[in-house]
Design a protein around this ligand. Structure first.
Ligand SMILES: O=P(O)(O)OC[C@H]1O[C@@H](O)[C@H](O)[C@@H]1O
Length: 286
């Protein structure tokens, strides 16, 4: 079983072992000896996806605090699971982010650092949340920053959610204008319709669509079509969280020229000439 947890106590890294019992329950062990006291516990929980991952985190917190009096506990959670289920969307649906936040809050972290959460609901639901903003993540790509700083690319927000953040990105890269698209999603079926360019002259421009995450990619394939119809020369995509549930080729073959994303969820194996990964270590260390 792969271990996605990393921990330090007062900057000393401690080795962990994880596994699964025959009944399916997961187990975790801190292999190095724990001190009786420490000032700061830091845990990085990478690619958290399911309750096994959460149980391992909870077990790690319990194992450490059982033997060690810790003054401050910080969690780095690059990808926030359930972030998109940020309200009761339909009758019968659960507000999954709130349910998950309740579990996370029970671990009593003094700080929970999350990269570019999907919406403001995350900060409302999770205690002590520190959101690392989209622009701070994007800014760790030297090639992207150079292209944007030289005015070689025009920023585009693909929908209302992304529009809330694009201003911060524009300020960081010194862009004076950006394009705005709109789309509609049927929350029952997930189907996307009604792509349109609301603002921005993209004719002859290299554009960069900026959003928090890419899942199946429909948002960006639809957006790329509209942007190309409006005369865009090339269409690149930046997302903080690359789920790419239909693969990156699905996007690269349907109107997206270049993809940039962090390693909050995406793994190294998708990197290629047209896919640049931004290491989350550089973001957390910035
Ligand atoms: O179109 P796909 O990639 O499936 O979904 C990604 C979009 O769905 C939204 O929640 C995200 O913020 C993004 O705009």
């Amino acid at each position: 079983m792969k271990n996605n947890l990393h921990m330090t106590l007062d900057n000393r890294s401690l080795a962990l072992d994880v596994g699964r019992f025959p009944d399916g329950a997961v187990w975790l062990k801190v292999k190095d000896s724990l001190p009786a006291q420490a000032n700061t516990l830091r845990i990085r929980a990478e690619r958290m996806q399911n309750m096994d991952d959460f149980m391992l985190l909870a077990q790690l917190v319990d194992a450490v605090r059982h033997q060690c009096d810790v003054t401050f506990s910080h969690l780095e959670l690059p990808y926030l699971p359930y972030a998109r289920q940020d309200r009761h969307m339909q009758p019968g649906d659960s507000f999954a982010l709130k349910v998950f936040a309740g579990l996370l809050n029970s671990l009593n972290f003094d700080r929970v650092l999350v990269l570019d959460p999907h919406s403001e609901a995350a900060a409302a639901a999770i205690n002590q949340l520190v959101a690392i903003p989209q622009q701070q993540c994007l800014a760790q790509s030297a090639s992207l920053m150079a292209a944007l700083a030289q005015g070689e690319m025009m920023l585009v927000a693909p929908d209302a959610g992304a529009l809330k953040k694009i201003h911060g990105v524009a300020q960081t890269v010194g862009a004076t204008e950006y394009g705005i698209l709109s789309k509609q999603r049927d929350v029952t079926t997930g189907a996307l319709t009604g792509f349109s360019l609301l603002a921005g002259d993209v004719k002859g421009k290299n554009v960069l669509i900026v959003d928090d995450l890419c899942d199946a990619g429909g948002t960006f394939i639809g957006s790329a079509q509209v942007l190309r119809d409006a005369g865009a020369r090339s269409v690149s995509l930046y997302v903080t969280h690359g789920i790419f549930s239909k693969g990156v080729e699905h996007l690269l073959q349907q109107g997206i020229d270049q993809i940039y994303c962090t390693t909050s969820y995406a793994t190294a194996d998708i990197a290629q000439e047209r896919v640049e990964l931004i290491d989350i270590n550089t973001i957390f260390n910035a």
